[in-house]
Ligand binder design. Structure first.
Ligand SMILES: [Mg+2]
Length: 194
């Protein structure tokens, strides 16, 4: 594949930039004494495959949604380095199905404090299906995503999805898959604006 120009790539947040579901598993264990194996989360709609009180799961999701900067939501290995490097070439765009972007802006201030404001743009669509329109408006050609259904939505519209490998996205697709931010880095054209 041709190397991807920095200004043509955008990223999902949860499960791609941040290790969100591992934190869910951790909070479920420590706060609710529910044991979940990460590798057993084989459905993106993970509430279907985990055995947990729905109310408790929703409490964890709310915390992760509104207070991600106050809890131990960690970046995936190498994510901050690659995004910071990209931001020096072109403003980085994140498109998330989260309902609000502001908590993630705070999260970036905590985890990438040297990144100048404005170098990361976060658009919160509220739904996964709304990502397509945003990506089209923004002229994005490549999107790193962990949800297979979203990738199926993007591909016919000329946006090349790249799957960030997770236990819940290993079936039902033939999209290019990356397993790490090193893999993502190797897809990018780092020679300036080419
Ligand atoms: Mg995601």
């Amino acid at each position: 594949m041709m190397k991807i120009p920095a200004q043509e790539i955008a990223f999902d947040f949860d499960g791609v930039v941040a290790d969100t579901f591992r934190l869910f598993v951790e909070i479920a264990r420590t706060d609710y004494h529910v044991s979940i194996e990460y590798e057993d989360i084989t459905d993106y709609d993970f509430l279907k495959v985990i055995k947990m009180e729905l109310d408790d799961a929703i409490k964890i999701i709310d915390t992760i949604t509104y207070l991600p900067h106050e809890i131990d939501l960690l970046p995936n290995l190498g994510a901050m380095e690659v995004l910071s490097r990209l931001a020096r070439i072109s403003p980085v765009l994140l498109v998330t199905a989260r309902p609000v972007a502001e908590p993630l802006e705070r999260w970036f201030k905590r985890h990438a404090p040297k990144l100048p404001p404005g170098h990361i743009r976060i658009i919160a669509t509220g739904t996964n299906t709304a990502k397509l329109e945003i990506l089209q408006e923004e002229g994005v050609r490549y999107f790193i995503e962990d949800r297979v259904d979203t990738c199926h939505l993007l591909a016919p519209e000329g946006i090349t999805p790249i799957i960030y490998d997770q236990p819940w996205n290993r079936k039902d697709h033939s999209f290019l898959t990356v397993k790490s931010w090193d893999d993502i880095s190797s897809l990018i054209n780092w020679n300036g604006m080419g």
